[in-house]
Design a protein around this ligand. Sequence first.
Ligand code: NAI
Ligand code: MG
Length: 357
Amino acid sequence: MSKKIMILPGDGIGPEIVEQAVAVLKTADEKFGLNLEFSQGLIGGASIDAHGEPLTDAELAKAGECDAVLLGAVGGPKWDTLDRAIRPEKGLLKIRSGLGLYANLRPAILYPQLAGASSLKPEVVSGLDILIVRELTGGIYFGEPRGIQTLENGEKQGFNTYVYKESEIERIARTAFEAAQKRGGKLCSVDKANVLEVTVLWREVLDRLAPEYPDVELSHMYVDNAAMQLVRAPKQFDVMVTGNMFGDILSDAAAMLTGSIGMLPSASMNETGFGLYEPCHGSAPDIAGQGIANPLATILSAAMMLRYSLDMGQAADAIEAAVSKVLDQGLRTADIYTEGSKKVSTAEMGAAVVAAF
Ligand code: NAI
Ligand code: MG
């Protein structure tokens, strides 16, 4: 049976980088007989221009019927003057919440060929390969009540509510345990159980599930220490799992250990295994249309899609190996260019990955 992939290029550099990722997927399809079926839709500025809204209900429904979605990026000055409710970025929120994509997976891998791009010393980051699993649809970003109120003495007070139900913790924990099983077998759960009751429950749920995953070694760490350890000795980690806010902060920190935003893929998944795959970066309006954007984050997102949503790990490995090979060849888009390497365009980089299979 074929697997249906919906392609949502978005706007800005989105269409340029997605074109390269689709070419790579088609090559993987031919080589491994994956039987992929592609459809294309509009999101972000492209949808606003065509339909007056960042994601139509019809397009959302179509996405939900597919096995996975590959997205480029959205947003840009052209649409910045629009009402907040119909800005391009609202299309992203709509598809994430509309499809219940609660599990955000962000790998941070340092390619040895790009070691010079990291802000940390080579011996601290060389060989870095960690995965942060962030809960994406709950926690303090969504808890009620929230707001700003005026107290009796006239002073204002802001408040948010940090809540997690056991079921919400359990489903993200299972995603993380399963990811750890497929990787190095180590899972570090990050919380603040010394202060926050909600994370005492978080820790309890992780401990309760651990016996079901005897091949995974579970540890716990307080978030402040985790931030410190990420910078001090990041290679001690394999998979980290944490709530929405801690994950937001730690995943950005981990991402920058690798040096370049043009290299970072991501996945956002729901309990059926359905996922939305996209680069971590935005639509880069400053370089859109110039053919110089780095397509590797999107190509690596496509590899994640094959691994996590479509159970095609072998093809995913092949894509990642091809990316590594083009870096070995010294090919660099402008964002990762260093003296002595060979500067290539978006299309040349995509073609090189295809050729490296
Ligand atoms: P950005 O990630 O688009 O760009 C930041 C810087 O990185 C720019 O200098 C850009 O040229 C560069 N850059 C980004 N991706 C690159 C790539 N693949 N190759 C080479 N260079 C790359 O973030 P920025 O400028 O803050 O936001 C621009 C627009 O994108 C905004 O409208 C923002 O809301 C939107 N955005 C969308 C996201 C998404 O679609 N998931 C995520 C982040 C921002
Ligand atoms: Mg963030």
